[in-house]
Write a protein that binds this ligand. Structure first.
Ligand SMILES: Nc1ncnc2c1ncn2[C@@H]1O[C@H](COP(=O)(O)OP(=O)(O)OP(=O)(O)O)[C@@H](O)[C@H]1O
Ligand SMILES: [Mg+2]
Length: 264
C-alpha cells in the first residue's frame, strides 16, 4: 500500500543491540482497518518491531509515524495513550488476579489518573470502575458468552484459550486504534487455534476501524486473518504482499528452508 495517509508509517526503522542489527532499515505501513501479518524465522526482528513501536526500544535510525505524529522520544505509556496496544509473546497476565482486574489494568493505559490513585482511592472512581467492568464484560462476551460470569475468578483458573482472550481484551480495553498481537496462537492446539482465528474475525467485524498487526509462526492463521503479509529475515523486510505472493517468494522460501515450509 502507499504510505500516504497510512495509520502507521514506519520508515527506515533500524534497531541495534551492540553489534547486532535486529532491524535494518525496515519500511512498514498499515492502513486504517487493515490486518497485516508479520512472518519470519526466529530472531528475524518481528518482536523487535513491536518493541520499537511501543516505545520499549529506542530506534537507532528511521522514524515511526502514527496518526500523523512522530513517536520518536515518546515513552511507552504516552504511545499507549495515543492508541497502540499489544499482547506479548509470553503471557503477561497476572494469574493470581481476577479476569476483571487484569482487564482494568489495560484500561489504565488510557487514563490520566495514577495507578496508585486508581487502586487506593477506589471510591472516587467507583462510577468509572462500574463503566469499566461493563466494558470488560462486553469485550469478554464477544469471544465467549460465559466469560463475563467468570470475571471475578482468578485468571489462572481459566483454560489457555480463555486466558489468551483475556489478554486480547486487556489490550482492547484501552480502545486502541492499532492492536499488535505477538504470536497469539503460541502454545495452542489446532482446536484452540481455530477458536483464536474465529475470535480475530469477530474483532474485525465488531471494530472495523481497528488496525491489527499480527506476528505468527502458524501460516494457517496468517493466511486466514491477514489482508497483507510482510516477511522478515535477519532484520530486513524481504517480501510484502498477499499471503500467496509472499509464501511463493523465493527469498521467503529460502529463509524457511529447513525450518518449516511456507504455505505447503
Ligand atoms: N533486548 C535485547 N537485547 C539484545 N538482543 C536482543 C534484544 N531483543 C532482541 N534481540 C535480538 O534481536 C534479534 C531479533 O529478535 P526478535 O525478538 O525481534 O526476533 P523474533 O523475530 O521476534 O523471533 P521469534 O520468532 O523467536 O520470537 C535476535 O537476534 C535477538 O536475540
Ligand atoms: Mg518474537
Amino acid at each position: 500500500m502507499s504510505a500516504a495517509g497510512a495509520l502507521l508509517d514506519v520508515r527506515g526503522l533500524t534497531v541495534r543491540f551492540g553489534g547486532l542489527v535486529a532491524l535494518d532499515g525496515v519500511d512498514v505501513a498499515v492502513a486504517e482497518g487493515e490486518t497485516v501479518g508479520v512472518i519470519g524465522p526466529n530472531g528475524s526482528g518481528k518482536t523487535t518491531l513491536f518493541n520499537a513501536l511501543t516505545g520499549l526500544y529506542a530506534p537507532a535510525g528511521g522514524e515511526i509515524v502514527f496518526r500523523g505524529r512522530r513517536l520518536a522520544g515518546l515513552e511507552a505509556h504516552a504511545i499507549a495513550r495515543l492508541g497502540i496496544a499489544r499482547t506479548f509473546q509470553a503471557s503477561r497476565l497476572c494469574l493470581d488476579l481476577s479476569v476483571f482486574d487484569n482487564i482494568l489494568i489495560g484500561m489504565h493505559a488510557g487514563r490520566r489518573t495514577g495507578l496508585v490513585d486508581f487502586v487506593v482511592r477506589r471510591r472516587r472512581f467507583l462510577g468509572e470502575i462500574r463503566a469499566a467492568l461493563e466494558r470488560a464484560s462486553h469485550l469478554l462476551a464477544l469471544f465467549n458468552r460465559d466469560l463475563p460470569s467468570r470475571g471475578f475468578e482468578r485468571v489462572g483458573q481459566l483454560p489457555q484459550i480463555d486466558r489468551r482472550r483475556v489478554e486480547i481484551c486487556r489490550a482492547l480495553a484501552a480502545a486502541p486504534t492499532l492492536l499488535l498481537l505477538d504470536e497469539p496462537s503460541a502454545g495452542m492446539n489446532p482446536e484452540e487455534t481455530a477458536e483464536l482465528m474465529r475470535d480475530l474475525r469477530i474483532v474485525r467485524e465488531e471494530m472495523p476501524g481497528l488496525s491489527v498487526v499480527i506476528i505468527e509462526h502458524d501460516m494457517f492463521v496468517i493466511e486466514g486473518v491477514s489482508q497483507r503479509v510482510v516477511a522478515f529475515n535477519y532484520g530486513r523486510k524481504i517480501a510484502e504482499g498477499s499471503f500467496a505472493a509472499v509464501a511463493a517468494h523465493g527469498e521467503v522460501r529460502a529463509a524457511y528452508l529447513g525450518t518449516e515450509a511456507v504455505g505447503a
